[in-house]
Design a protein around this ligand. Structure first.
Ligand code: HEM
Length: 146
């Protein structure tokens, strides 16, 4: 099997502690024919060449996505847990981290703004509560003195 452009490494992988092979998207894009069909689903690379003729949804839909990120199409169909389980046998590696689009992962660059929104989320009720406390004390002391 072709491994050009791939590099070994560690990190999150499909199976246990085996080293993960990373593939650049340009490497995946070259495998876009019926002779060699790779696709990306949720940041993982699958060699589905031998699965083409077995796919219940037909070979054509797979070839349309060949060499590309098929996550959206795969999810749109609403594949069964069995179909997701089948994916494992075609797994060959992960998309290289520098080619990964943020998909809600921990390396999400928008994390900072999420932190900011958490601040905004609790600071409003806290400031509100303190203000109400001051007003309450103010009116109580006024009503006591009058
Ligand atoms: C390697 C990845 C894929 C695997 C292992 C897979 C597997 C399966 C399986 C097992 C089914 C039968 C129904 C089910 O159990 O959900 C199915 C149906 C289907 N798949 Fe996929 N699929 C893959 C990728 C895709 C992609 C990328 C598309 C893109 C459009 C697609 C389109 C469909 C359609 C349209 C059906 C419905 C067929 C019908 O109900 O007549 N599949 N697939």
């Amino acid at each position: 099997m072709a491994t050009a452009g791939a590099s070994g490494g560690d990190g999150k992988g499909q199976g246990g502690d085996a080293p993960v092979t990373y593939y650049r998207l340009e490497e995946v894009a070259k495998r876009n024919s019926a002779e060699e069909t790779w696709m990306v689903i949720h940041g993982r690379v699958y060699d589905i060449t031998r699965f083409l003729s077995e796919h219940p949804g037909g070979e054509e839909v797979l070839l349309e996505q060949a060499g590309a990120d098929a996550t959206e199409s795969f999810e749109d169909v609403g594949h069964s847990p069995d179909a997701r389980e089948m994916l494992k046998q075609y797994y060959i590696g992960d998309v290289h981290p520098s080619d990964l689009k943020p998909e809600g992962g921990s390396k999400d660059p928008s994390k900072k703004s999420t932190c900011k929104s958490y601040w905004a989320y609790w600071i409003v009720p806290v400031v509100g509560a303190v203000l109400i406390g001051f007003l309450y004390r103010h009116f109580m002391s006024e009503s006591r003195s009058s």
